[in-house]
Design a protein around this ligand. Structure first.
Ligand code: PLP
Length: 379
Protein backbone atom coordinates (compact mmCIF):
# COMPACT_ATOMS: atom_id res chain seq x y z
CA UNK A 1 0.00 0.00 0.00
CA UNK A 2 1.25 3.49 -0.86
CA UNK A 3 2.73 5.10 2.28
CA UNK A 4 0.44 8.11 2.09
CA UNK A 5 -2.65 5.87 2.11
CA UNK A 6 -1.72 3.48 4.91
CA UNK A 7 -4.34 3.53 7.69
CA UNK A 8 -3.30 5.54 10.72
CA UNK A 9 -4.96 3.17 13.20
CA UNK A 10 -3.63 -0.41 13.46
CA UNK A 11 -5.63 -3.16 11.73
CA UNK A 12 -7.28 -6.16 13.38
CA UNK A 13 -6.28 -9.61 12.11
CA UNK A 14 -8.82 -12.06 13.50
CA UNK A 15 -7.65 -14.96 11.30
CA UNK A 16 -6.92 -18.14 13.25
CA UNK A 17 -4.66 -19.46 10.47
CA UNK A 18 -2.25 -18.11 7.83
CA UNK A 19 -1.68 -19.33 4.23
CA UNK A 20 1.39 -20.90 2.62
CA UNK A 21 2.22 -21.15 -1.08
CA UNK A 22 3.59 -24.73 -0.99
CA UNK A 23 5.31 -27.30 1.23
CA UNK A 24 8.70 -25.55 0.94
CA UNK A 25 7.10 -22.32 2.13
CA UNK A 26 5.46 -24.22 5.02
CA UNK A 27 8.77 -25.86 5.93
CA UNK A 28 10.59 -22.53 5.87
CA UNK A 29 8.21 -21.20 8.57
CA UNK A 30 9.81 -23.72 10.95
CA UNK A 31 13.36 -23.04 9.82
CA UNK A 32 13.04 -19.25 10.09
CA UNK A 33 11.80 -17.25 7.10
CA UNK A 34 9.89 -14.01 6.50
CA UNK A 35 6.62 -15.87 7.23
CA UNK A 36 6.19 -15.38 10.98
CA UNK A 37 2.64 -16.65 11.46
CA UNK A 38 1.07 -20.08 10.97
CA UNK A 39 -1.67 -20.55 13.55
CA UNK A 40 -3.05 -17.88 15.93
CA UNK A 41 -2.53 -20.01 19.03
CA UNK A 42 1.22 -19.78 18.30
CA UNK A 43 1.19 -16.05 17.55
CA UNK A 44 -0.66 -13.36 15.60
CA UNK A 45 -0.04 -9.77 14.44
CA UNK A 46 -2.17 -8.06 17.12
CA UNK A 47 -0.39 -9.90 19.95
CA UNK A 48 2.96 -8.94 18.44
CA UNK A 49 1.91 -5.29 18.09
CA UNK A 50 0.85 -5.17 21.75
CA UNK A 51 3.93 -7.12 22.91
CA UNK A 52 6.32 -4.73 21.17
CA UNK A 53 4.59 -1.69 22.70
CA UNK A 54 4.79 -3.25 26.18
CA UNK A 55 8.40 -4.42 25.73
CA UNK A 56 9.32 -0.79 25.01
CA UNK A 57 7.43 0.44 28.09
CA UNK A 58 8.87 -2.23 30.41
CA UNK A 59 12.37 -1.99 28.85
CA UNK A 60 12.20 -5.73 28.15
CA UNK A 61 14.01 -7.50 25.33
CA UNK A 62 11.21 -10.06 25.06
CA UNK A 63 7.44 -9.82 25.74
CA UNK A 64 4.59 -12.29 25.20
CA UNK A 65 0.84 -11.73 25.47
CA UNK A 66 -1.41 -14.30 27.14
CA UNK A 67 -5.15 -14.71 27.62
CA UNK A 68 -5.25 -13.19 31.16
CA UNK A 69 -3.10 -12.08 34.07
CA UNK A 70 -3.56 -15.54 35.60
CA UNK A 71 -2.37 -17.26 32.43
CA UNK A 72 0.78 -15.10 32.35
CA UNK A 73 1.55 -16.27 35.91
CA UNK A 74 0.70 -19.86 34.88
CA UNK A 75 3.08 -19.63 31.88
CA UNK A 76 5.94 -18.59 34.19
CA UNK A 77 5.11 -21.40 36.63
CA UNK A 78 4.88 -23.97 33.82
CA UNK A 79 8.25 -22.82 32.49
CA UNK A 80 10.22 -22.61 35.70
CA UNK A 81 8.49 -24.80 38.29
CA UNK A 82 7.21 -28.36 38.64
CA UNK A 83 7.62 -31.36 40.96
CA UNK A 84 10.87 -31.11 42.93
CA UNK A 85 11.34 -27.42 42.12
CA UNK A 86 10.83 -24.61 44.63
CA UNK A 87 9.16 -21.17 44.63
CA UNK A 88 9.68 -18.54 47.33
CA UNK A 89 6.61 -16.32 47.17
CA UNK A 90 5.57 -13.08 48.83
CA UNK A 91 2.77 -13.38 51.39
CA UNK A 92 1.27 -10.21 49.87
CA UNK A 93 -0.27 -11.43 46.62
CA UNK A 94 -3.57 -11.36 44.73
CA UNK A 95 -5.74 -14.11 46.31
CA UNK A 96 -6.01 -16.26 43.17
CA UNK A 97 -2.21 -16.20 42.79
CA UNK A 98 -1.98 -17.62 46.32
CA UNK A 99 -4.56 -20.29 45.43
CA UNK A 100 -2.59 -21.15 42.25
CA UNK A 101 0.64 -21.52 44.26
CA UNK A 102 -1.18 -23.86 46.67
CA UNK A 103 -2.39 -25.89 43.71
CA UNK A 104 1.21 -26.20 42.48
CA UNK A 105 2.20 -27.34 45.96
CA UNK A 106 -0.39 -30.12 45.83
CA UNK A 107 1.26 -31.25 42.56
CA UNK A 108 4.77 -31.48 43.99
CA UNK A 109 6.30 -27.99 43.77
CA UNK A 110 7.89 -26.91 47.06
CA UNK A 111 6.59 -23.60 48.36
CA UNK A 112 8.06 -21.16 50.90
CA UNK A 113 6.59 -17.77 51.82
CA UNK A 114 8.31 -14.55 52.85
CA UNK A 115 7.29 -11.00 53.71
CA UNK A 116 8.83 -8.44 51.35
CA UNK A 117 9.51 -5.90 54.11
CA UNK A 118 11.93 -8.47 55.64
CA UNK A 119 14.49 -8.99 52.83
CA UNK A 120 16.61 -10.94 55.34
CA UNK A 121 13.85 -13.60 55.29
CA UNK A 122 14.33 -13.94 51.53
CA UNK A 123 18.10 -14.17 51.98
CA UNK A 124 17.59 -16.99 54.47
CA UNK A 125 15.09 -18.78 52.19
CA UNK A 126 17.52 -18.62 49.28
CA UNK A 127 20.21 -20.45 51.26
CA UNK A 128 18.23 -23.53 50.08
CA UNK A 129 17.90 -24.21 46.33
CA UNK A 130 15.03 -22.31 44.68
CA UNK A 131 13.89 -21.79 41.09
CA UNK A 132 11.67 -18.69 41.30
CA UNK A 133 10.86 -15.77 43.60
CA UNK A 134 7.53 -13.96 43.10
CA UNK A 135 6.39 -10.57 44.45
CA UNK A 136 3.96 -7.79 43.49
CA UNK A 137 5.48 -4.30 43.06
CA UNK A 138 2.46 -2.86 44.89
CA UNK A 139 0.40 -5.56 46.55
CA UNK A 140 -3.29 -6.40 46.18
CA UNK A 141 -5.23 -5.17 48.15
CA UNK A 142 -3.25 -3.41 50.91
CA UNK A 143 -0.86 -1.61 48.53
CA UNK A 144 2.34 -2.68 50.32
CA UNK A 145 5.37 -1.72 48.24
CA UNK A 146 8.27 -4.14 47.62
CA UNK A 147 11.86 -2.93 47.44
CA UNK A 148 12.50 -4.53 44.05
CA UNK A 149 16.10 -3.26 43.91
CA UNK A 150 17.00 -4.90 47.23
CA UNK A 151 15.09 -8.14 46.49
CA UNK A 152 16.57 -8.23 42.97
CA UNK A 153 20.10 -8.03 44.41
CA UNK A 154 19.41 -10.90 46.77
CA UNK A 155 17.98 -13.02 43.93
CA UNK A 156 20.89 -12.20 41.60
CA UNK A 157 23.41 -13.20 44.29
CA UNK A 158 21.56 -16.51 44.74
CA UNK A 159 21.15 -17.01 40.97
CA UNK A 160 17.34 -17.28 41.21
CA UNK A 161 15.02 -15.38 38.81
CA UNK A 162 12.82 -12.72 40.42
CA UNK A 163 9.34 -12.40 38.82
CA UNK A 164 7.39 -9.23 39.63
CA UNK A 165 3.66 -8.76 39.11
CA UNK A 166 3.53 -5.09 38.08
CA UNK A 167 -0.26 -4.88 37.62
CA UNK A 168 -0.91 -2.09 40.16
CA UNK A 169 2.18 0.03 39.42
CA UNK A 170 2.19 -0.35 35.61
CA UNK A 171 5.40 0.51 33.72
CA UNK A 172 4.56 4.20 34.22
CA UNK A 173 5.39 4.02 37.93
CA UNK A 174 7.81 1.07 38.07
CA UNK A 175 9.97 -0.87 35.62
CA UNK A 176 10.96 -3.96 37.63
CA UNK A 177 13.36 -5.22 34.95
CA UNK A 178 15.49 -2.09 35.41
CA UNK A 179 15.41 -2.57 39.17
CA UNK A 180 16.78 -6.13 39.20
CA UNK A 181 13.87 -8.43 38.27
CA UNK A 182 14.28 -11.05 35.52
CA UNK A 183 10.58 -11.36 34.64
CA UNK A 184 7.69 -8.91 34.73
CA UNK A 185 4.07 -10.07 34.75
CA UNK A 186 1.01 -7.88 34.35
CA UNK A 187 -2.75 -8.32 34.21
CA UNK A 188 -3.43 -6.17 31.13
CA UNK A 189 -7.13 -6.58 31.94
CA UNK A 190 -6.64 -3.74 34.43
CA UNK A 191 -4.89 -0.41 33.83
CA UNK A 192 -3.10 -1.30 30.59
CA UNK A 193 -6.41 -1.89 28.79
CA UNK A 194 -8.03 0.72 31.00
CA UNK A 195 -11.61 0.38 29.75
CA UNK A 196 -12.72 -2.98 31.24
CA UNK A 197 -13.38 -4.50 27.82
CA UNK A 198 -10.55 -7.02 27.37
CA UNK A 199 -8.96 -9.86 29.39
CA UNK A 200 -5.21 -10.30 28.78
CA UNK A 201 -1.84 -10.81 30.44
CA UNK A 202 1.79 -9.94 29.83
CA UNK A 203 4.97 -11.83 30.56
CA UNK A 204 8.21 -10.08 29.63
CA UNK A 205 11.86 -10.11 30.55
CA UNK A 206 15.33 -11.05 29.49
CA UNK A 207 15.50 -12.97 26.20
CA UNK A 208 17.39 -15.80 27.93
CA UNK A 209 14.09 -16.80 29.63
CA UNK A 210 11.90 -16.61 26.52
CA UNK A 211 12.64 -20.18 25.37
CA UNK A 212 11.74 -21.51 28.83
CA UNK A 213 8.37 -19.73 29.10
CA UNK A 214 6.97 -18.65 25.72
CA UNK A 215 6.35 -22.17 24.25
CA UNK A 216 3.88 -22.96 27.06
CA UNK A 217 1.53 -20.25 25.79
CA UNK A 218 0.80 -22.29 22.66
CA UNK A 219 1.18 -25.72 24.28
CA UNK A 220 -1.36 -25.04 27.04
CA UNK A 221 -3.56 -22.76 24.91
CA UNK A 222 -2.91 -19.62 26.97
CA UNK A 223 -2.99 -17.45 23.83
CA UNK A 224 -4.67 -14.07 23.45
CA UNK A 225 -7.58 -12.90 21.32
CA UNK A 226 -6.66 -10.52 18.45
CA UNK A 227 -9.56 -8.19 19.25
CA UNK A 228 -8.58 -7.93 22.93
CA UNK A 229 -4.99 -7.16 21.88
CA UNK A 230 -6.21 -4.48 19.48
CA UNK A 231 -8.34 -2.86 22.21
CA UNK A 232 -5.45 -2.96 24.65
CA UNK A 233 -2.95 -1.49 22.15
CA UNK A 234 -5.41 1.37 21.83
CA UNK A 235 -5.71 1.63 25.63
CA UNK A 236 -1.93 1.88 25.95
CA UNK A 237 -1.92 5.09 23.93
CA UNK A 238 -3.47 6.88 26.92
CA UNK A 239 -1.89 4.77 29.69
CA UNK A 240 0.41 7.46 31.03
CA UNK A 241 -2.27 10.16 31.03
CA UNK A 242 -4.79 7.84 32.69
CA UNK A 243 -2.62 6.37 35.42
CA UNK A 244 -1.16 9.74 36.40
CA UNK A 245 -4.63 11.33 36.65
CA UNK A 246 -6.04 8.31 38.52
CA UNK A 247 -3.06 8.19 40.91
CA UNK A 248 -3.44 11.87 41.71
CA UNK A 249 -7.11 11.19 42.55
CA UNK A 250 -6.07 8.24 44.75
CA UNK A 251 -3.65 10.44 46.73
CA UNK A 252 -6.40 13.04 47.31
CA UNK A 253 -8.98 10.38 48.17
CA UNK A 254 -6.65 8.74 50.70
CA UNK A 255 -6.14 12.07 52.47
CA UNK A 256 -9.90 12.76 52.40
CA UNK A 257 -10.78 9.33 53.83
CA UNK A 258 -8.10 9.57 56.54
CA UNK A 259 -10.02 12.51 58.04
CA UNK A 260 -13.44 10.81 58.01
CA UNK A 261 -15.35 9.58 61.04
CA UNK A 262 -16.26 5.91 60.55
CA UNK A 263 -13.02 5.08 58.68
CA UNK A 264 -10.77 2.91 60.81
CA UNK A 265 -7.76 2.65 58.49
CA UNK A 266 -6.70 3.97 55.07
CA UNK A 267 -4.02 2.34 52.94
CA UNK A 268 -2.19 4.26 50.21
CA UNK A 269 1.59 4.64 49.87
CA UNK A 270 1.31 8.44 49.59
CA UNK A 271 0.10 8.72 53.21
CA UNK A 272 2.98 9.54 55.60
CA UNK A 273 1.67 6.84 58.00
CA UNK A 274 1.81 4.06 55.38
CA UNK A 275 4.55 1.57 56.38
CA UNK A 276 6.25 1.85 52.95
CA UNK A 277 5.86 5.62 52.49
CA UNK A 278 9.59 6.48 52.53
CA UNK A 279 10.46 3.43 50.36
CA UNK A 280 7.82 4.62 47.85
CA UNK A 281 9.16 8.19 47.80
CA UNK A 282 12.67 6.79 47.17
CA UNK A 283 11.86 4.07 44.62
CA UNK A 284 8.69 5.29 42.88
CA UNK A 285 9.18 9.05 42.48
CA UNK A 286 6.53 9.36 39.74
CA UNK A 287 3.75 7.85 41.92
CA UNK A 288 2.67 4.42 43.12
CA UNK A 289 -0.87 3.35 42.18
CA UNK A 290 -4.51 4.36 41.81
CA UNK A 291 -5.70 1.90 44.47
CA UNK A 292 -6.84 2.96 47.93
CA UNK A 293 -8.01 0.40 50.49
CA UNK A 294 -9.98 1.54 53.51
CA UNK A 295 -11.47 -0.21 56.52
CA UNK A 296 -14.92 0.88 57.65
CA UNK A 297 -16.30 0.74 61.16
CA UNK A 298 -19.04 -1.89 61.45
CA UNK A 299 -17.29 -4.62 59.42
CA UNK A 300 -19.38 -6.07 56.57
CA UNK A 301 -22.37 -3.91 57.61
CA UNK A 302 -20.23 -0.77 57.24
CA UNK A 303 -19.02 -1.85 53.80
CA UNK A 304 -22.59 -2.69 52.72
CA UNK A 305 -23.87 0.70 53.93
CA UNK A 306 -21.10 2.50 52.02
CA UNK A 307 -21.77 0.64 48.75
CA UNK A 308 -25.52 1.28 48.99
CA UNK A 309 -25.02 4.93 49.98
CA UNK A 310 -22.40 5.82 47.37
CA UNK A 311 -24.51 5.33 44.27
CA UNK A 312 -22.12 7.16 41.93
CA UNK A 313 -19.59 4.31 41.95
CA UNK A 314 -20.39 0.68 41.30
CA UNK A 315 -19.25 -2.47 43.05
CA UNK A 316 -17.20 -3.87 40.14
CA UNK A 317 -14.68 -6.47 41.30
CA UNK A 318 -11.78 -5.42 39.07
CA UNK A 319 -9.64 -2.28 38.82
CA UNK A 320 -8.12 0.13 36.33
CA UNK A 321 -11.32 1.38 34.66
CA UNK A 322 -11.56 5.00 33.44
CA UNK A 323 -14.20 5.61 36.12
CA UNK A 324 -13.86 5.00 39.84
CA UNK A 325 -15.01 1.54 40.99
CA UNK A 326 -15.30 -0.32 44.30
CA UNK A 327 -14.29 -3.85 45.17
CA UNK A 328 -14.70 -6.03 48.26
CA UNK A 329 -11.51 -8.12 48.77
CA UNK A 330 -12.98 -10.46 51.44
CA UNK A 331 -15.76 -11.46 49.00
CA UNK A 332 -13.84 -11.49 45.67
CA UNK A 333 -10.05 -11.16 45.16
CA UNK A 334 -9.21 -12.91 48.46
CA UNK A 335 -12.28 -15.15 48.76
CA UNK A 336 -10.08 -18.24 48.26
CA UNK A 337 -8.35 -17.62 51.61
CA UNK A 338 -9.96 -18.63 54.92
CA UNK A 339 -11.33 -15.88 57.18
CA UNK A 340 -8.43 -16.38 59.60
CA UNK A 341 -5.87 -16.18 56.77
CA UNK A 342 -7.47 -12.97 55.55
CA UNK A 343 -7.51 -11.58 59.07
CA UNK A 344 -3.78 -12.41 59.45
CA UNK A 345 -3.06 -10.41 56.29
CA UNK A 346 -5.20 -7.46 57.45
CA UNK A 347 -8.07 -8.10 55.01
CA UNK A 348 -11.05 -7.63 57.30
CA UNK A 349 -14.82 -7.76 56.58
CA UNK A 350 -15.01 -3.93 56.57
CA UNK A 351 -12.29 -3.45 53.94
CA UNK A 352 -13.17 -1.85 50.60
CA UNK A 353 -10.70 -1.43 47.73
CA UNK A 354 -11.15 1.58 45.48
CA UNK A 355 -9.75 1.94 41.98
CA UNK A 356 -9.87 5.67 41.30
CA UNK A 357 -10.68 6.77 37.77
CA UNK A 358 -9.91 9.91 35.82
CA UNK A 359 -12.97 11.95 36.80
CA UNK A 360 -12.34 15.31 38.49
CA UNK A 361 -11.63 14.77 42.18
CA UNK A 362 -14.70 16.81 43.18
CA UNK A 363 -16.97 14.12 41.67
CA UNK A 364 -15.14 11.39 43.58
CA UNK A 365 -15.20 13.33 46.84
CA UNK A 366 -18.94 14.00 46.56
CA UNK A 367 -19.68 10.29 45.99
CA UNK A 368 -17.49 9.20 48.89
CA UNK A 369 -19.00 11.82 51.21
CA UNK A 370 -22.43 10.26 50.49
CA UNK A 371 -21.07 6.79 51.19
CA UNK A 372 -19.58 7.92 54.50
CA UNK A 373 -22.84 9.58 55.50
CA UNK A 374 -24.63 6.26 54.99
CA UNK A 375 -21.96 4.43 57.05
CA UNK A 376 -22.28 6.86 59.94
CA UNK A 377 -26.10 6.82 59.82
CA UNK A 378 -26.06 3.01 60.01
CA UNK A 379 -23.87 2.93 63.16
N1 PLP B 1 -2.31 -9.96 39.39
C1 PLP B 1 -2.96 -9.05 40.13
C2 PLP B 1 -2.17 -8.15 41.04
C3 PLP B 1 -4.35 -8.93 40.06
O1 PLP B 1 -4.98 -8.02 40.80
C4 PLP B 1 -5.06 -9.80 39.18
C5 PLP B 1 -6.52 -9.75 39.08
O2 PLP B 1 -7.19 -9.06 39.81
C6 PLP B 1 -4.34 -10.74 38.44
C7 PLP B 1 -2.97 -10.79 38.55
C8 PLP B 1 -5.05 -11.69 37.51
O3 PLP B 1 -5.37 -11.02 36.34
P1 PLP B 1 -6.58 -11.49 35.36
O4 PLP B 1 -7.83 -11.18 36.07
O5 PLP B 1 -6.35 -10.69 34.12
O6 PLP B 1 -6.40 -12.96 35.15
Amino acid sequence: MNGTHRPLAPSIHPSSVFNFTDLDDLESYFTGSDQVYLYARDGHPNADDLASRLARLEHADWASITSSGMSSIAAVFLGLLGPGRRIVASRWLYGKTIVLIRDLESRGTQVSWFTPDCPEDLERELEQPAHLVLVETVSNPLVRVADIGRLGNICQTAGVPLAVDNTFATPIFARPLEMGASIVIESLTKLANGHSDATLGLVAGHSSLKARIHPFISLYGLNSSPFDCWLTSRGLETLELRVKAAESNACQLATFLAGQQGVEAVHHPSLPGHPDHSLTVRTMPMGSCNIVAFELAGGRGGAQAFIRGCQEFTLSPSLGHTGTTLSYPAGTSHRGLSASEREAEGIGPGLLRVSTGIESFEIIQAGFAKGMLAVNQAR
